[in-house]
Design a protein around this ligand. Sequence first.
Ligand code: ZN
Ligand code: MN
Length: 475
Amino acid sequence: MIHERYEMVVGLEVHVQLRTKTKAFCRCATAFGAAPNVNTCPVCLALPGALPVLNARAVELATRAALALGCTVHGESIFARKNYFYPDLPKGYQITQFDRPLATGGAVRLGDTREIAITRIHMEEDAGKSVHDRFAGFTAIDLNRAGVPLVEIVSEPDIRSSSEAAAFLHALREILVYAGVSDCSMEEGSLRVDANVSARPRGESTLRTRTEIKNLNSFSNAERAIEHEFARHCAAYDADDVVVQQTMLYDDRADAVRSARSKEESHDYRYFPEPDLPPLLLDREYVERVRNGLPEFPAARRARYVRDLQICPAEADVLTADRDRGDYFEAVANLAKDAKTAANWVIGEVMVASNADPEAAKSVSPQRLADLIGLVAEGIVSNTAAKKIYGVMTHTADAARTIAEREGLLQVGDEAALIAWISEVFAENPAEADRFIGGETRLQGVLVGLVMKKSKGRADPKKVNQLISDRAAGR
Ligand code: ZN
Ligand code: MN
């Protein structure tokens, strides 16, 4: 919604679970879906005397996230305790980073014209989970998530509409998944969004009071919640009311935003440096090594496909939407030395097969598909036959040529055989044949189709076309 008098101002805080096997400060598993409290140990249960040890893989993934977003990774960052009481926080504090975060700066590009600046990225641990619906009259605590490594990514208040917020989240997720930092699954809670929302009269440049909507668990909920909250601020200003800084919750069933509690200031958390962990020191070589391990990102890849491989932009979008798909396409294009045909195959048969049965589609290696493309290019099998052969390849290990021979799918280019099929088709369809010979050239496609059908896809369509035109010309 575009409001005529007020401008929307939104900044997002996104919590992303890092794709590690073990937790941030202990060796407990992070696997989703385990029985409650199975993945716990003295460290993440906060038993007296247990000490945290930082997970090196978590540091590497957090650094990757920061570099993927163009942030400056600091040589020294400090872990801090954020103190608060909550039943699912056994230590009574969260280990996070405060005034010395891992990285600052950076941006997320939205299309060619918009850029949303990133304020900071810091590392922290997740809390456990309170389960309210399992035992009547009781709240149960599951600490499997306690200590799972996160990065919190904070944007500048640069977002000006709810759709821009959604675009930011989509772009951010794409980058993080491509970089292998996180699976960003909202269903499993590995990406969670808090939105800071305020409104100000158009033309005003200072920020007005913001409210924070916590734990938005889908992009569409984030969009709706932001709209509601913005409308509430606008209505308050129109009624000469004030907006009070507070934390809000979005109720997706009621599609409404409710006040949760008055907003804490950072001094309420009594942050102080975590005495059990030394400063995190990352030297330049380390940061450069992580940077060199970053993949090419979707926007760059898309541009390269269009520029260097002459793939049209719409197809390039499809090919780069998934990193594995792009890798597969490139391997096939290189081996077959034909990017356009490789793109047609991947967007066509391969994606259809992959949707039906991903493992079966994966079993056709780039080399096997490139061999099949080669058989078509050499005129050994027709395109129609190649699609059949591909179907067989998804559930056998046989080479394309072996399948073509076994299934009788080798293309027939022998003129005598082709003329025999053509004569049969003409004899079986005398009316069409007469009209075609009489000058109705648009019937040629129909007749070629019938010959292809009669040959069970084996006839060489180019030669059939030529022979049929010859017949019309009386040759
Ligand atoms: Zn543990
Ligand atoms: Mn946080």
